[in-house]
Structures are given as C-alpha cells and as structure tokens.
Ligand binder design. Structure first.
Ligand code: AMP
Length: 563
C-alpha cells in the first residue's frame, strides 16, 4: 500500500497524555494542535518517572517533550528556593530558547524559570537564585561558576536534562558536566537528548542514566524507497527572512494552488496575514475553525478564488484537492512521517507536484533524518534572486503573449487602439507599452528584501573537535578573514587550553554558535580567535569575568590584525 492511500491513525491528543489542565490551557493558547511524535513517545514514560534517551534533533518538538513532564512532575511551583529541575544546554542561544518555552508552558502553574549563561550581568542571576527558582536552564560553564561560588545549589534537584548532548561533548563540556553531576543527588530522573548517538554518548547514557526508555525518531517509518512523483527541494533561510523567502519562492514557482504548512494556529494566522499583505490570495485553515469555515476555505481554493491555503497538519488531514500543485513546509516537519503525509497531498493519484521545505540553518539535521527515512533526496537549492524572479515573470508574460498570438481571433477589436497610436509612434514602442501594462497587471509585487544566502550548508565545520577545520589547526601570522575580527584571549597552551575549550566558552557564553567561529591559534600564553566582526563586542562582554580552564582571563580585540 502506498502512503498516500492511507490516512494517519487518529493521533493522541495532549489531553490523552494526561497532562494537567494548566498545561493543556497553555498549549492551546499557543496554538499547538496535537503532540509531535517525540512528545507522544516521551511524555508518558517521563511522567511515570522513567529515565529517557531521545534521539531527536531541533525541529522535532523535543523541548516540550521534556519541559511538559518536568512542569507536571515538580511540585510547589513558585514556593521553594532551590531548583527542582536543571537543563544543561550547549549554547546561550539554546538555553534562552528552552527557558522561553518552559516559561510559556509553565506560567499558569507559577513556575519560576531562570536561564543562566555568560554575558548577562551575574547580579541579576544571583538575585533570582536568592529569591528562589524552580527550573534552571544553564550552559555548563556558567552553571559550574555558580556552583563553585556557592550560589547555585543542586541538592534538591529531582530532574535533570542533558539537551543536545552531542553538541555539549563536541564543545568540550564533558569535564564540566562530570563536575556538575557530582553535586546532583543520586535519586533523580535523568533525560538525555541528542541528534546523533556516537559511542561517547552511549557512554554518557550508561554513566548518568538508569534503565532509560529509548526513543529514536523515524525508526518505525516504512515508506523507504517508494518512487515519488513529487519534485522535492529545500531552501535554507535564516528565521527572520522566512516570509520574504516564501514570497520569493512563490513568485518563482507560481503554483496554481498551494498549501503552506505551519506548526501552530498562531503561525497560520500570522503568515496568512503577511501573505495577503504582500498581494497573495491566502486563506487560513486550522483546528480553531469550525467545519463550515474550513469547507469554505477549501471551496475557495478549488474555485481558484484563493491561491494559497496556510494550514496546520491537523486541519489539512484528509484534504484532497485536485488543483494542488505545491506543498510548502514553512518549517521542517516534526517527524519524517509528517513530511511524507504532507507531500502526499500533491503526490496523489499519480499526479505530479512539488514539495518545498524552508529550513532554518539549525534544522539541517532533521532534514537529513527525513532523507534517511524516506530514502529520497531533498536537494538544497539556492533561493531565486530578485533578478531571477523578474526574468521568470518576463518569460511568463512572453509565453502568454505568444499563446494569444497563436489564436488571433478576438484581437481585431483592439485595432482601434493600436492603429491610431502606430501613426504617432513606432509599432515596437506601442507593443512595449502594452506589454508593460499587461505585465504589471498580472503580477504580485516582487519583494526587494535582501535575503542573505546561507553559503556553506550544512556548515563544513559544524562538528567541532575538528582535526582539520579552522578550529583544530594552528596557523600563525595568517590574515583575518573578511568580516571577521581577531580576539586576543589571555590563556594558552600552558594553561592546557584546547580549541574546543575556546569554542565551548564562546558558544556557551555568547550568542555565537560554534560554527560561526573562525580560525583559532593557540600560543603558549595566549590564544587568538577569529569571530564575526558584528559579534566581537558581544563575545568580549560575554567572556569578561568568566573562566577558561579554571582561569580568569583577559579578552580583547587583537591589536595587530593583518588583512
Ligand atoms: P524544538 O524541536 O523543541 O526546538 O521545537 C521546534 C518548534 O516546534 C518550536 O518552535 C516549538 O514551539 C514548536 N512546537 C513544539 N511542539 C509543538 C506542537 N505539538 N505543535 C506545534 N508546534 C510545536
């Protein structure tokens, strides 16, 4: 049986997972319609108190998979002083994201959530810790700082999460994690999430977890290697540029009818509004609408009154619209199965179609998982440029005119317009003016927004601990790359500093990700690290006052930078 002949099983709802009402209310307030596969698999065992290992990348909904059961299981929200749960995350960026998610899910319960990372005035963290917090989300370096100052006490922890464990190991945090765990009670529940499961992660699991439940996304899927009539492609786009990228892509593809998948109701409503503002005819479709409203939207698409439907998975289930030519994933779907179901909307009954996925740079691993599970390649393409779109639109206009000239019946009545003008102007000029009017009347406004190209993707040096990447090699006297600034860090080889220590400290404490960091040179008494110019000040202030390899260190711009 092929995938598109079967509809998915009716999925468990958040309520079926036995979450408390306050959490259910928060989720429906956020427009989450149903749990993602990792949430469905992880929440019940964690609620029962089991340890858990989840192989899941960003984009799967893994944060809520641990955050919701933590919020449900910790007691006396807002009352104690010492934290009950600790989440360790490799970067400041992720720590902030997890904190925001925890805060949104837990605010009705009165949960106090505190992110701890470098670069933020430590005073604010100290005050919050003194007042009392329920959940701490920390980068390992900063957590250790607080533990050694005696300002973070882990004695009452009952739940611990290692998030993106493979990233933490790659960044050289193994020893810090080891030291942190010495302060955590033996009696606890531990969860570990990792996109990959190399042997070092298995070692960590053995060391810190007890008889864990194991969840691997995508294992059960059986759609492998089915030939697909659907043309598939992905574009990698930074988050802030997604609406413009979607518009650009729609202009280039000019779908007859398309469905654009979003994650939540809020996202559906927002994107519909944005698209309409940009001149597309888009309609929202989500679980918050009644049947009559939904039927009306589908009818509009069928009758070509609308060109786009922006939908959640739940609302689009079972939809069969013959006119559909394109499926667009506004985000990478939360599981390979969801991807297969979505693209099945255009692959139906032997019809051909196009499936396009917009992925954020962080989501490349999920895209790889989908490729692995479906056995089909999703080529990453370069977003068409404004010039490409313009050229394509001119080509469309030319094609339309050609067709019109093939069938010249009905053209005669326009002689009364052309002939008098031809006496005054050159015929080609008259034609040019007519084409201009027709061209302008046909199109939407082409976006002028500059969308940065994500050039090296997946980033060649995304994996740290790299032997041959810029971080692993020592290069003396080399020039600073374009757009980069060299920083001086006052610790070096004699302090036992390795490239991954510097990458770990910078990515852990500042907004930079490891992959953004350029070349690293380690001398005996100092190190030189290249970072993007725009991030240099942030990195300097984030690392002021922190320790690297247990030493307080100077950090400043390197004075002599060769270009
Ligand atoms: P994560 O994989 O945890 O980084 O989550 C990816 C994104 O999915 C985040 O923006 C979440 O807010 C969103 N998300 C998580 N769970 C759900 C859900 N059940 N329904 C819709 N969106 C979700």
């Amino acid at each position: 049986m092929t995938e598109h002949e079967s509809e998915p099983e009716p999925a468990a709802t958040f309520a079926d997972l036995l979450l408390r009402q306050e959490l259910l209310d928060a989720l429906s307030g956020l427009g989450y319609e149903e749990p993602t596969p990792i949430q469905r698999a992880a929440i019940p065992p964690v609620l029962e108190g089991r340890d858990l290992v989840g192989q899941a990348a960003t984009g799967t909904g893994k944060t809520a998979a641990f955050a919701l059961p933590i919020l449900q299981r910790i007691t006396r929200h807002g009352q104690g002083v010492k934290p009950k749960a600790l989440v360790l995350a490799p970067t400041r960026e992720l720590a902030v994201q997890v904190s925001e998610a925890m805060h949104r899910y837990g605010h009705q319960l009165g949960t106090r959530v505190l992110p701890i990372y470098g670069g933020q005035p430590i005073g604010r963290q100290l005050k919050a810790l003194e007042r009392g917090v329920d959940v701490v989300i920390a980068t390992p370096g900063r957590a250790l700082d607080h533990i050694s100052r005696g300002t973070l006490s882990l004695g009452e922890l009952s739940m611990v999460v290692l998030d993106e464990a493979d990233e933490m190991l790659d960044m050289g945090f193994a020893e810090d994690i080891e030291a942190i765990f010495q302060d955590i009670p033996e009696q606890r529940q531990t969860m570990l999430f990792s996109a990959t499961m190399p042997p070092r992660i298995s070692g960590m699991v053995q060391h810190y977890l007890t008889e864990p439940v194991r969840i691997e996304l995508g294992r059960a899927a059986s759609q492998k290697n089915e030939p697909s009539l659907v043309r598939q492609a992905a574009y990698v786009v930074p988050r802030g540029h997604k609406p413009a990228a979607l518009g650009r892509m729609l202009d280039a593809e000019s779908p007859t009818a398309a469905i654009v998948f979003c994650r939540t109701r809020e996202e559906v409503d927002q994107l519909t509004e944005t698209l309409n503002g940009r001149g597309y005819r888009a309609e929202p479709l989500h679980g918050g609408m009644n049947q009559q409203q939904r039927d009306r939207v589908v009818e509009r698409l069928r009758s070509a009154t609308a060109d786009l439907v922006v939908a959640t998975d739940v609302a689009a289930r079972g939809l069969d619209i013959e006119q559909l030519t394109h499926v667009v994933n506004y985000n990478v779907p939360s599981a390979p199965e969801a991807y297969v179901h979505r693209i099945g909307r255009v692959g139906r009954a032997g019809r051909e179609g196009t499936a396009i996925t917009l992925a954020e740079p962080r989501e490349h691993r999920m895209l790889k998982t989908i490729e692995r599970v479906t056995g089909q390649q999703i080529p990453v393409r370069k977003l068409p440029t404004i010039a490409d779109v313009r050229a394509q639109r001119l080509e469309q206009t030319r094609g339309a005119l050609w067709e019109s000239l093939q069938d010249s019946d009905g053209l005669d009545r326009f002689r009364a317009v052309v002939e008098p003008l031809a006496e005054e102007f050159d015929v080609v000029e008259v034609a040019l003016a007519a084409v201009k009017l027709a061209h302008e009347a046909a199109g939407t406004v082409t976006d002028e927004e500059e969308i940065p190209e994500v050039t090296s993707w997946p980033p060649a040096d995304a994996r740290r601990g790299r032997k041959d990447g810029p971080g692993g090699r020592e290069r003396k006297g080399r020039a600073v790359g374009r757009g980069m600034t060299r920083l001086f860090v006052g610790v070096g080889r004699t302090a036992g500093v390795r490239p991954q220590d510097l990458v770990g400290a910078i990515a852990g404490e500042s907004r930079l990700r490891g992959r953004d960091i350029g070349a690293i040179d380690i001398a005996d008494r100092f190190s030189l690290v290249d970072v993007p110019e725009g991030a240099a000040d942030d990195v300097i202030s984030a690392l002021k006052g922190t320790t690297i390899k247990g030493r307080k260190t100077t950090i400043r711009r390197e004075r002599f930078q060769s270009r």
